[in-house]
Design a protein around this ligand. Structure first.
Ligand code: ADP
Length: 892
C-alpha cells in the first residue's frame, strides 16, 4: 500500500529535481553557455504543453466519462491554431520581439498607443478569469493527495494544510525562478526547462496509465473498444453548437491566456521553432488524448459508483494496487498543475507589477528616483509580491468556493473570460483602423456580459438565486443570465460565449470606426499590422541614397516642397557632393532633424528620421500618413489664423468707418449750424430794414433808397449763398453733368479775368505770360472758368498790398498744365493753409467776403475735372496752383 508519506517524499524529491534542473538551466543561460538542446524547438514545443493543466490531465477523463467525446474539443482548438493559424502566431512572436513585449497586457497596450488604461483593464480581466483556474490546480493536487490518504488509513491528512503548503511551495518556486533577474528579453530558461521536463512526465504518466488500462485491464485494443461502445460514452451524441463553441473557445484561450502568451511569445527563442511546434504540439496533444476514452470507459466499468471520474487516472491504478503507477500518475497530475500555476503566476505578476504596481510607485516617487538603479529592485520585489498575492488569491478562491464544481466548468469559465481579449488582439494585429477606445469598450462590454452570464451563475446559489436564474432579475425575463434577450434553449456556455463575444466584437468595431486613432496608435498599428515588411533585415545607420530620397519625400511633406528642395540643395552643396541628393551623413541628419523639429516638434522629428534611417519598423507610407495629418492640422491652424486676421481687418475697417461716420455726423451738425448762421445774418438785416421801411411814416427819400439798397444787397448775398450751397451740394453728390469741349486756356483766362474784375472800383493789376498760355485743353471750360474767377476774385478781395497785383502763370508738365495764381498780399498763415479748402472756412471773418464756400467749390470742381488745386507756400503772397490734365482733344 502506498503510504502518504512515501508520496510526500517522492513529491518532494521531484520538486527538488525540478529545482535542480531549473537552477542549472538558469545558471548555464546566465553564463551564456546554454546548451543547444535548451534552445531547441523541442523544448519550446514541450513548454507549450502548459496548456494541458490538471484540468486536461484529470478533467479530460472526467469529461469523457460525463459527456463522451466532447473532451476532444479542448485539444482540437489549439491543434487548429497550430496547424491553421501558425502564421498568425508567427506574427505575434515577431511583434513581441520587435516591440520587446513582456505580457499580453503589454502587447495590447503597445498596440493601442501605449495605453496604460488598456493594460490595466486586460490585467484585471486576466487576474479575475485566471484566479479560479489557479484555485482549480490547487484543488486537483489536494484531491489527488486525498485519494492517497483514503487508501492509507494511518495518515493524518488535512486538505487545508496541503493546499496551503502546495500554494506556498509553488509561490516559492515561481519567485525563485521567475524573478531571479530582469532579463531585457524577459526569458526564463530555468522555468521553461523545468516546464519541459514536467511536460514529459505528464505525458509519460498518462501514457503509462493508458497502456496499463488497455492492456492490463481491458485485455487489448479490441476488447477495450468494445467496452467503450458498451459504456454510456458510446451513446453520447455530438451537439454541433456546443462542439464548435468549445473548439473556438479553446483555440481563443490558447492564444489569449497569459501563461500561453508567456511561453509562446515571450519565451520564444527563435521564430522558426513555431514551425516545428506546429506539428509537434498537435502530436503531443494527440498522445495526451489517446487513452482518455479507454480510461474513462474502463473506469466507469470497474470503479465504484461514487468515485469522482475526474480522478480515474489516479484511482484506477491505486485501487488495483499498482502503487508505482499511481505514484507516476500522481506526479503527472502534479506536474500539470505546478507548471501551469508557476507560469501563470509569473505572467500575471509581470502584468500586475508592470501596469498597476509600478505606475503607482513611480507616481509617488520623487522624479530623480527613476534614474537610479533602485527601480530595478523595486520591480523585482513588486513581482515577487505579486506572485505571492496571486497565489494567495487562488488559495482564497479555493477556500471560499469549497472546491465543489467539476473541473471542466471552472476551466471553461476561465477560457471564456480570457477570450474577451481576442477581438482586440486579432483586430490589433490585422486592422490598422482599430483604436484604443474600441478595444477598451469591446473588452469592457464583453467582460460585463461574461461576468453576468457565466462567472456569477457559475458561483452558484450564493450570487444568483433560483428565481433570478429562472425569471430574471426583478422578474425581467429577457435579463435571465442564461437566456439573455430571450435567446432560449441554448447551452449556457454557448449562450454566454455567443453574447459576450458578439457584443465585444461589435462594440470594438463600431467604436473603432467612429473614432480616429491618435498618431501614436497609428504608428503602432502600422508596426503591428505590417510587422513582417518592417522588421525584416537589420539596417545600419549608414545611409543609402534611397534613404535620402525617403528623407526628401518626408521633408517635402513637412516643410513644403520648395523649402525642402532648397534645404537639401544647400546641404548637398555644403557636402560638396555631386549627385541629386546629399549623403545622409550624421551631420546632415542632425541638421535635418533640427529643421524638421521647427515644424513638427523635436520628438516627432527625431522619431521620424530615426524610423527612416534607423531602418526600423515603420514604412515611409506610415510616416507620410502621420506627416499628412500634421500638415493638415498645420493647414487648419493656418486657416484659422488667416480667418482671425481677416476678422481683425474687418473690425479695423469697421472702426475706421465708424469714426468717419461720427466725424461726418459732427461735420453735418456744424455745417447745419454754420448754414443757419450764414443765412441768419443777411435775413436779420433784411428783416430789420424792411420793418423800418414799413413802419416809418416819414422818411427822407435818400434814407429810403439806402435802406432799400441794403435790403437788395443782402438779398443778393443770400441768393449767392444759396447758389453756392446748391452748387456745392450738386458737386459733392456727383450729380453734376460736365460739359467737355475743346478750347484755348488763354481764352478761358481772359474770360475769367474780365468777369471777376467787372464792376470793381479798383481792380488789381493782373500779370500774365502771354503766348505760353495758349494751351489746347479738353475740359468743362465753364467750370474751369468758375475756378479761375473765384481765385481772381479772392485775390481782389483779400490782397492787402498797397499796389495789389496778381500774377497768373501757365506751365506745362507731362500730360497736364499748371495754372498758378500768385498775388502780392500777406498770404495765408501756415496754420490755415490746409483749412481754407473746407466749407465755411474763413481766415479773417471780419473782412468782408463770402461765406467761405468759394475754395471748397473750387476743390470739388477740380476733382471732377480730374485735376487738383492746392495752396503753394513760400511764394510771398497767397499762391494757388491749379493742375489740370490737358485731356484728349474731343472730336478728333
Ligand atoms: P469766400 O467765398 O468767403 O471768399 P473762400 O473759400 O474763397 O471764401 O476763401 C476762404 C478764405 O481764404 C477767405 O475767407 C480768405 O480769408 C482766405 N483767402 C482766400 N484767398 C485769399 C487771398 N488771395 N489772400 C488772402 N486770403 C485769401
Amino acid at each position: 500500500m502506498g503510504s502518504l508519506n512515501t508520496l510526500v517524499l517522492v513529491c518532494l524529491a521531484y520538486v527538488v529535481l525540478l529545482f535542480i534542473v531549473a537552477f542549472f538551466a538558469d545558471h548555464l543561460a546566465a553564463r551564456g553557455k546554454s546548451a543547444r538542446w535548451m534552445r531547441s524547438p523541442l523544448i519550446y514545443t514541450l513548454s507549450l504543453s502548459i496548456y494541458c493543466t490538471a484540468w486536461t490531465f484529470y478533467g479530460a477523463v472526467g469529461n469523457a466519462a460525463r459527456s463522451g467525446l466532447e473532451f476532444i474539443t479542448i485539444y482540437l482548438g489549439p491543434t487548429l491554431v497550430m496547424v491553421g493559424w501558425w502564421w498568425g502566431l508567427r506574427k505575434l512572436v515577431r511583434v513581441g520581439r520587435s516591440q520587446r513585449i513582456t505580457s499580453i497586457a503589454d502587447l495590447l497596450s503597445a498596440r493601442y498607443g501605449k495605453s496604460n488604461t488598456l493594460a490595466i483593464g486586460v490585467t484585471l480581466l486576466a487576474v479575475i478569469s485566471v484566479t479560479p483556474y489557479i484555485a482549480l490546480q490547487l484543488q486537483s493536487i489536494t484531491l489527488s493527495f486525498a485519494i492517497f490518504a483514503e487508501a492509507d488509513p494511518s495518515s493524518r491528512f488535512s486538505d487545508t494544510n496541503t493546499v496551503f503548503g502546495v500554494a506556498v511551495g509553488l509561490a516559492a518556486f515561481a519567485i525563485l525562478f521567475g524573478t531571479r533577474n530582469l532579463n531585457a528579453n524577459e526569458r526564463h530558461h530555468g522555468v521553461v526547462t523545468a516546464v519541459a521536463l514536467e511536460a514529459i512526465v505528464k505525458l509519460v504518466a498518462l501514457l503509462a496509465v493508458g497502456i496499463f488500462v488497455v492492456w492490463g485491464i481491458g485485455g487489448g485494443i479490441g476488447p477495450t473498444l468494445e467496452q467503450i461502445d458498451r459504456s454510456p460514452i458510446g451513446s453520447w451524441h455530438v451537439d454541433a453548437g456546443r462542439w464548435s463553441t468549445l473548439i473556438f473557445l479553446s483555440a481563443a484561450a490558447f492564444v489569449c491566456l497569459p501563461r500561453m502568451f508567456q511561453v509562446t511569445v515571450v519565451e520564444n527563442e527563435d521564430e522558426r521553432h513555431l514551425r516545428t511546434a506546429s506539428w509537434a504540439f498537435p502530436l503531443y496533444l494527440m498522445l495526451m488524448s489517446l487513452f482518455v476514452l479507454p480510461i474513462a470507459a474502463i473506469g466507469l466499468q470497474i470503479m465504484p459508483e461514487n468515485t469522482n471520474p475526474d480522478l480515474f487516472v489516479l484511482a484506477i491504478p491505486l485501487s488495483l494496487g499498482q502503487n508505482g503507477l499511481a505514484m507516476l500518475s500522481f506526479l503527472g497530475g502534479f506536474s500539470s498543475a505546478t507548471s501551469m500555476v508557476i507560469v501563470a503566476a509569473m505572467a500575471l505578476s509581470t502584468m500586475v507589477s508592470n501596469h498597476i504596481v509600478m505606475p503607482i510607485w513611480l507616481r509617488n516617487q520623487s522624479p530623480g528616483a527613476s534614474v537610479s538603479g533602485d527601480v530595478r529592485n523595486v520591480v523585482l520585489y513588486a513581482r515577487r509580491l505579486c506572485i505571492g498575492l496571486i497565489m494567495a488569491l487562488g488559495y482564497l478562491y479555493y477556500r471560499l468556493s469549497g472546491g465543489g464544481a467539476a473541473l471542466v466548468t471552472i476551466g471553461l469559465v476561465a477560457f471564456a473570460g480570457i477570450s474577451q481579449i481576442l477581438p482586440a488582439l486579432v483586430g490589433g494585429l490585422f486592422w490598422r483602423g482599430a483604436t484604443r477606445n474600441g478595444a477598451l469598450a469591446g473588452i469592457a462590454v464583453g467582460f460585463t456580459v461574461w461576468l453576468y452570464c457565466m462567472l456569477l451563475p457559475a458561483m452558484g446559489q450564493g450570487v444568483f438565486s433560483d428565481s433570478v436564474m429562472h425569471n430574471g432579475p426583478w422578474g425581467v425575463a429577457w435579463l435571465r443570465p442564461h437566456a439573455l434577450f430571450g435567446l432560449e434553449g441554448l447551452d449556457p456556455t454557448v449562450h454566454a460565449v455567443f453574447w459576450s463575444l458578439s457584443f465585444n466584437t461589435v462594440v470594438f468595431c463600431a467604436v473603432s470606426l467612429l473614432g480616429f486613432p491618435s498618431p501614436l496608435e497609428r504608428l503602432q498599428g502600422a508596426q503591428f499590422v505590417h510587422v513582417f515588411e518592417h522588421s525584416a533585415g537589420p539596417r545600419g545607420w549608414s545611409g543609402s541614397v534611397a534613404q535620402s530620397e525617403d528623407l526628401m519625400v518626408m521633408s517635402q511633406r513637412i516643410l513644403g516642397s520648395r523649402e525642402a528642395q532648397a534645404f537639401f540643395d544647400s546641404e548637398r552643396e555644403r557636402q560638396g557632393g555631386r549627385g541629386a541628393l546629399p549623403e545622409p551623413t550624421p551631420t546632415f541628419l542632425e541638421r535635418l532633424e533640427r529643421e524638421l523639429s521647427g515644424s513638427i516638434g523635436a520628438a516627432a522629428s527625431h522619431a521620424m528620421i530615426g524610423q527612416i534611417v534607423g531602418g526600423s519598423s515603420v514604412s515611409v507610407q506610415d510616416l507620410m500618413a502621420v506627416a499628412d495629418e500634421t500638415a493638415q492640422m498645420l493647414e487648419y491652424s493656418n486657416q484659422l489664423e488667416l480667418q482671425s486676421a481677416k476678422l481683425e481687418d474687418t473690425a479695423r475697417k469697421l472702426r475706421i468707418s465708424n469714426d468717419k461716420l461720427t466725424q461726418i455726423s459732427a461735420q453735418k451738425d456744424s455745417f447745419l449750424s454754420q448754414v443757419s448762421h450764414e443765412l441768419r445774418t443777411p435775413m436779420t438785416s433784411i428783416r430789420a430794414f424792411s420793418e423800418i421801411l414799413r413802419d416809418a411814416e416819414t422818411m427822407a427819400p435818400e434814407d429810403k433808397k439806402r435802406y432799400a439798397g441794403i435790403i437788395h444787397d443782402e438779398a443778393r448775398r443770400l441768393s449767392r449763398l444759396l447758389d453756392d450751397l446748391l452748387d456745392l451740394s450738386v458737386l459733392e453728390n456727383g450729380q453734376v453733368t460736365l460739359n467737355y469741349e475743346n478750347g484755348d486756356l488763354a481764352d478761358v483766362l481772359d474770360r475769367a479775368v474780365a468777369t471777376a474784375l467787372t464792376g470793381v472800383a479798383e481792380p488789381l493789376e493782373v500779370k500774365r505770360n502771354g503766348s505760353i498760355e495758349h494751351v489746347r485743353v479738353a475740359s468743362d471750360l465753364d467750370r474751369l472758368a468758375q475756378v479761375f474767377i473765384n481765385l481772381i476774385a479772392n485775390a481782389q478781395k483779400y490782397c492787402d498790398a498797397i499796389h495789389p497785383s496778381l500774377t497768373i502763370r501757365v506751365q506745362k508738365f507731362g500730360t497736364g498744365v499748371f495754372v498758378d495764381f500768385i498775388d502780392n498780399g500777406q498770404g495765408i498763415p501756415e496754420e490755415h493753409q490746409q483749412m481754407i479748402f473746407e466749407k465755411f472756412s474763413r481766415v479773417s471773418p471780419e473782412k468782408a467776403g463770402g461765406a467761405g464756400l468759394g475754395l471748397a467749390i473750387c476743390r470739388e470742381i477740380m476733382e471732377r475735372l480730374g485735376g487738383d488745386i492746392e495752396y503753394m507756400r513760400g511764394k510771398g503772397g497767397a499762391a494757388f496752383r491749379v493742375s489740370l490734365p490737358v485731356g484728349a482733344e474731343i472730336g478728333k
